[in-house]
Design a binder for this molecule. Structure first.
Ligand code: EPZ
Length: 424
């Protein structure tokens, strides 16, 4: 297993390129199953562990993937498609469950392992199953597998709102079944994240007929078939937000290229409140300036257009150095605070009360050995290590590799002293 060895404090400058979006692209690979006649070609794809896992799942299903350049992958589902997504792959990456809807639409049957839980909490799929059943699928759970059958999918009115709000995965799964269902489907309580909108735009480019994109009610007019197209995936809003937090915690100024600024308002508004100066430049570049110092913030995670839970740990790391008291409330995953004890090891002052964490800003952090536990918690520890005095070692950075393309290379390009060291 690899670790990062970081010498802090770092002063960052220059520019880096934001990669394609992990969370926009993951359901898109599954959408390739819907293209019978031509391959689906996706551009601006990030080279991430989760992407390679998803391509492995598709391979088992009979979808051939070929990288036509470093960030473009061609997905060929024109041959025979198998119905089973096995446990040993699905357990590695929950988003694999997104193959359920497309398999039902293509084959009329599917056998997909129930995804496991993970460090940030239980990850139920009841809303996925509710939506697909509403379209006419008969669904059983047998020996840890979801077994679904549907002679014909028929349009329906479906409310996908769960106790914690909309579900991005369930919206994607139901969407990718409804596009080939007979008649009209109305999804109420749909996820509104830009990544979900990007999936809708891909499906429409493939020949689907989806209205209300970006809104909480989506109307899908079923069509007979979809075509393979070439489509550029949007850039990663969470990766960009993570590097904005890096500018804040190191009081640096630098430029993000290929940045999806227009789709980041719920993230950027919080950073602006925290004292970061953001300025949109030409051709997709964003200037991020943390040199004025930080102000404490109150942040409550919520479904889009609220502040995203995937940015909570990174913002918290930055606010450890904001003079005053910052308050974080986690409404999506109440246990998503694995980063708190590790930040405390670096000298942060944080108290936690169930779904809320209170951060008392400190003058500085001290380097230490810390353990990564999940993707965004790992990013938070790297950010803190950049600002900490002395050496920080972040262990088990395979978590980071799931969602950040070449993080150490990008930080080195900005002038940080970060080394990836193999632990084996
Ligand atoms: C997506 O996961 C993201 N992953 C997660 O990002 C993100 O944290 C999460 O949405 C919330 O924004 C991808 O897009 C690949 P949900 P997903 O279904 O789709 C509950 C990262 O760091 N729920 O929108 O699995 C659920 O428990 C990852 O990149 C049900 O109750 O999340 C949660 O409280 C981590 N029943 C809420 O809804 C269901 O059937 C939102 O979950 C499904 C979900």
């Amino acid at each position: 297993m690899d670790k990062f060895v970081i010498q802090g404090p770092a002063a960052l400058e220059g520019s880096i390129r934001i990669s394609g979006s992990k969370n926009a692209s993951l359901p898109m690979y599954a959408a390739a199953i819907l293209a019978r006649e031509q391959p689906l070609v996706l551009d601006n794809i990030p080279r991430l562990r989760d992407v390679f896992t998803m391509l492995e799942v598709l391979g088992v299903l009979g979808v051939e993937s070929n990288w036509t350049d470093e960030h473009t992958v061609s997905l060929d589902a024109t041959g025979g498609i198998a119905e089973t997504a096995p446990y040993e792959l699905v357990r590695k990456m929950r988003a694999s469950v997104n193959v359920l809807g497309p398999l039902l639409a293509r084959l009329g049957q599917a056998r997909v392992s129930l995804p496991g839980g993970c460090a940030i909490g239980t990850r139920p799929v009841d809303l996925h199953l509710k939506g697909l059943a509403a379209l006419g699928a008969v669904i059983d759970v047998e020996h840890g597998y979801i077994v679904a059958r549907a002679d014909k999918l028929r349009g329906a009115r479906i409310n996908l709102l769960g106790a914690n709000g909309p579900s991005r995965g369930a919206t994607a799964n139901v969407l990718m079944a409804a596009v080939l269902a007979e008649g009209v489907t109305v999804i109420e309580g749909a996820a509104r994240e830009p990544e979900t909108a990007d999936l809708c735009n891909l499906l429409n480019a493939m020949g689907a007929d989806i209205e209300g994109i970006g809104e909480s009610t989506l109307t899908i007019h079923g069509v007979a078939s979809l075509n393979g197209v070439e489509y550029p995936v949007m850039s990663d809003t969470i990766e960009a937000g993570t590097y904005i937090a890096a500018a804040g915690i190191t009081r640096s100024k630098f430029v993000l290229e290929n940045c999806p600024t227009a789709m980041m308002e719920p993230i950027n508004s919080v950073f602006t409140r925290a004292g970061i100066r953001l300025q949109e430049l030409d051709d997709g570049r964003l200037s991020v300036d943390g040199t004025d110092g930080l102000r404490p913030v109150e942040a409550r995670t919520a479904p889009w257009p609220g502040f995203p839970t995937d940015m909570q740990a990174q913002l918290m790391a930055m606010c450890c150095l904001a003079p005053g008291i910052s308050v974080f409330t986690e409404s999506i995953y109440p246990d998503r605070f694995m980063h708190v004890p590790e930040l405390v090891r670096l000298g942060a002052l944080i108290t936690r009360d169930t779904a809320t964490a209170i951060v008392h800003g400190v003058a500085g952090l001290q380097g230490a050995h810390v353990m990564a536990t999940d993707l965004r918690a790992s990013a938070a520890l790297v950010l803190a290590g950049l600002a900490a005095q002395g050496e920080t070692q972040v262990l088990r950075v395979y978590h980071l590799d799931r969602g950040y393309e070449g993080m150490e290379l990008k930080l080195q390009a900005l002038g940080a002293d970060v080394r990836r060291v193999s632990e084996d």
